[in-house]
Ligand binder design. Structure first.
Ligand code: SAM
Length: 226
């Protein structure tokens, strides 16, 4: 399964990956920020519509079951981008373990969309929980847990993360030749970052269309790299 985009439910694949066999888990789980309930949905319509395309934001697994798998498989660090209602669960899960150091981090969008700017503060940050097994590698020194990056222009995936941000995190927590796992890879940003930086990847995506888009991105990259 190394260096492939796997079109499957990660909860079927993760149990087949050995304990402490990947150096880094870096993922961006569905936030579940848009409820599927009609009346609730109407409240948010317009503000959050963009992130509900093709179920990209629908939570498909029990979060604690997912975290248990991630913890078991990770040999080093774990980054989990997650929604505001998931932050405490993810933070607490790792913080209660004596094996991990944990930090709440954030991606600060330096070019936030101006939606509703006349009524309230712009939506300009996303949460990420960082957990690191003690005495494993960290290639930074005294760097902020708030990462300033602009949102990208790519329209491949409605919740796509900026490639430069993901590359920064991969470089911060791995060496060339290491293996990075993203169980919810979407349009393949983590896999692209890993490949560009000479890391191996295990990339899983449940949605056929997004998995195909991720494969296409990797193929295009191969054409430019070689
Ligand atoms: C927040 S998006 C990730 C976007 C990604 N960071 C990117 O840059 O394109 C979450 C992705 O997880 C996928 N997903 C949801 N449940 C999944 C599951 N059980 N197994 C694998 N992928 C899943 C969704 O289809 C969605 O594409």
């Amino acid at each position: 399964m190394l260096n492939k985009i796997i079109n499957a439910d990660c909860m079927d694949v993760l149990p087949n990956i050995a304990d402490k066999s990947v150096d880094l888990v870096l993922t961006d789980i569905p936030y579940g920020a848009v409820t599927q309930n009609g009346s609730e949905r109407a409240k948010y319509d317009g503000q959050l519509r963009k992130i509900d395309k093709s179920g990209a934001d629908v939570v498909t697994f029990e979060l604690l079951d997912f975290l248990k798998q991630v913890e078991r498989i990770a040999a080093g660090s774990i980054y989990i981008f997650c929604g505001i209602e998931q932050v405490s669960t993810v933070f607490e899960y790792f913080n209660k373990s004596k094996d991990f150091m944990v930090r709440q981090c954030a991606w600060k969008k330096t070019n936030p969309a101006p939606s509703n700017g006349q009524h309230m503060w712009l939506s300009s940050m996303e949460n990420c929980i960082f957990a690191k097994r003690r005495k494993t590698k960290f290639n930074q020194l005294c760097k902020s847990a708030v990462w300033d990056y602009p949102t990208g222009r790519s329209k491949i995936h409605p919740t796509e993360k900026p490639l430069e941000l993901i590359k920064y995190l991969v470089q911060s927590s791995t060496e060339a030749g290491d293996t990075v796992l993203d169980p919810c890879v979407g349009s393949g940003t983590t896999a692209v970052a890993a490949k560009v930086l000479g890391r191996n990847y295990i990339a899983i995506e449940i949605n056929e269309g997004y998995a195909a888009a991720a494969k296409n991105r990797i193929e295009q990259l191969s054409l430019t790299l070689f």
